[in-house]
Design a protein around this ligand. Structure first.
Ligand SMILES: Cc1cc2nc3c(=O)[nH]c(=O)nc-3n(C[C@H](O)[C@H](O)[C@H](O)COP(=O)(O)OP(=O)(O)OC[C@H]3O[C@@H](n4cnc5c(N)ncnc54)[C@H](O)[C@@H]3O)c2cc1C
Length: 464
């Protein structure tokens, strides 16, 4: 049989398993059926119920406008799949082509898509995380619980971490007229994602809306009362704050633990893959039958020097899912690369923040349009003299122009495309907090001397 015959047979009778039944998993399943895949499709997900949308969980669900159970993702088409929900996958056996479930079942596949996403990083002391009134926000249940706690009218909410999720939650608290303290280790909110200049704008915005913003501080302890309810937080400078609700918004942990012995290039930074969404194995070699999409993927982008980039962006999850699905049922010559320029949005303190590109891939930033004090502007990011990203505050309609500048490696700083040229348009250093995780994140070691023998081994196996 030719490889074209094999592919035709696979599209008709093959077995595809998708692990992670949320945004990326569902959109991939729909795209597989659109591509004419008529074989068996199995969706494995550890959450119960229909796949739902997460962005509203830190926005409309917390204001109470949208009930948590009204966030179900719209279906684009029937996917005719078997759904195995409520049990996590616990292993991937690439020799036997099987996904192992935590209840002992083994699910065979010809091709597998991994879209297990990210979970919320919990508070680091388990007994304190378990106090009533301490929340994270990643799932529908989390958001429902926090919405109830906000509706009960807490005396104060403490938000730990001023990234996008923490800032959005602080904004909702102010909208509901709830006193809120935001504690952030970095010098300003959003600074890890957007740098010091935008961080300063975000600080001003939070304070102008009545947030008690404390930067450069670390929360060291969450204290409960005799009934096990959170009541007080302790800071590393010796100060304390009384509050009834604490929201831990310290980012996510990629769901790759279940792949520990799979032989894939999977670790705390995600699962490495090529632009065709095919997973790399532990040696960095491309696998044939394992694909990755969404928040858990770590994919190279030619625009950014082919660096492997992980994104926790809704649009990226959808696009990667569609590329992965296409490539799962296509021959090598027909495969697509995932080359989209990243796009992200957030709504906080009445401002629509949008970004295009990768702002952390920059050494300088400049306001190119509008006025920072009016909170209506665009800032462009540059790396070694070319445009690599842009961020807009209430000015999203120009972002497509910046996307084109990024795609064409246009010189930085770019000219202002509109008459609203800012008064101060000198580029300044972008100034991100130090990459302290880089040194700590090693997961593999290289062994062997001859090129034929040289292999990568996971640190765990090496030290066993
Ligand atoms: C509160 C919040 C607000 C957000 N706001 C925005 C926004 O404004 N703009 C934006 O662009 N993006 C936003 N995002 C990010 C966006 O929601 C994600 O990029 C998107 O959900 C990624 O989809 P995914 O399918 O890759 O991963 P996920 O949505 O994380 O889904 C992964 C699924 O896999 C399941 N799973 C994990 N491990 C296993 C296992 N071993 N076995 C079986 N199943 C498993 C998980 O439980 C989950 O159901 C937000 C996210 C959150 C949490």
């Amino acid at each position: 049989m030719t490889s074209a015959d094999n592919l035709r047979e696979f599209k008709r009778d093959g077995r595809i398993v998708i692990v992670g039944a949320s945004l990326a998993g569902l959109r991939a399943a729909e795209a597989l059926r659109d591509e004419g895949f008529t074989g068996s499709l199995t969706m494995i997900g550890d959450e119960l119920g229909e796949p739902y949308d997460r962005p509203p969980l830190s926005k409309q669900v917390l204001t109470g406008w949208v009930p948590a159970d009204a966030t179900t993702l719209p279906r684009r088409r029937d996917i005719n799949a078997e759904w195995l929900l409520g049990v996590p996958a616990s292993g991937l056996d690439l020799a036997a082509n099987q996904v192992r479930l935590a209840d002992g079942r083994e699910i065979p596949f010809d091709r597998v898509l991994i879209s297990t996403g990210v979970r919320a990083r919990p508070w680091f002391v388990e007994s304190e995380a378990a106090l009533d009134g301490v929340f994270v926000v990643r799932t529908r249940e989390h958001a429902e619980g926090l919405q109830r706690a906000l509706a009960a009218g807490p005396s104060r909410v403490l938000v730990i971490g001023a990234g996008f999720t923490g800032s959005e939650i602080a904004s909702i608290c102010r909208e509901r007229d709830i006193p809120v303290t935001v504690a952030e280790l970095a010098p300003a909110p959003l600074v890890g994602a957007l740098g010091a200049m935008i961080g300063e704008v975000a600080s001003d915005m939070q304070r102008a809306h009545g947030v008690d913003l404390r930067c450069g501080v670390k929360v060291t302890r969450l204290e409960g009362d005799a009934q096990g309810h959170f009541r007080r937080a302790h800071f590393d400078d010796g100060s304390t704050i009384d509050a009834d609700v604490a929201v831990v918004a310290l980012g996510g942990i990629r769901n790759t633990d279940w792949l520990r012995d799979s032989g894939l290039a999977a670790g705390v930074w995600g699962i490495a893959c090529d632009t065709g969404c095919r997973a790399l194995d532990i040696n960095g070699l491309i696998t044939d039958d394992v694909f990755v999409a969404g928040d858990v993927a770590r994919c190279p982008n030619p625009i950014y020097e082919y660096r492997l980039i992980s994104l926790e962006h809704w649009a990226n999850a959808v696009e990667q899912a569609e590329v992965a699905a296409h490539n799962m049922v296509s021959g090598q010559a027909d495969r697509w690369p995932h080359l989209t320029i990243p796009l992200f949005w957030s709504i906080q303190f009445g401002v629509n923040i949008k970004s295009v590109g990768v702002p952390t891939f920059a050494d300088e930033v400049v306001v190119t349009q509008g006025s920072v004090s009016d909170r209506r502007f665009v800032a462009a990011y540059g790396y070694r003299g070319r445009v690599t990203a842009a961020v807009s505050f209430n000015n999203a309609k120009w972002l497509d122009h910046y996307r084109q500048l990024i795609e064409s490696a246009a010189p930085f700083p770019p000219p202002c495309p509109t008459p609203d040229q800012p008064v101060d348009n000198k580029p300044v250093p972008v100034d991100f907090p130090g990459p302290e995780l880089i040194a700590r994140g090693a997961t593999v070691v290289v062994t062997g001397n001859d090129p034929g023998e040289r292999r990568v081994t996971s640190m765990q196996q090496h030290h066993r």
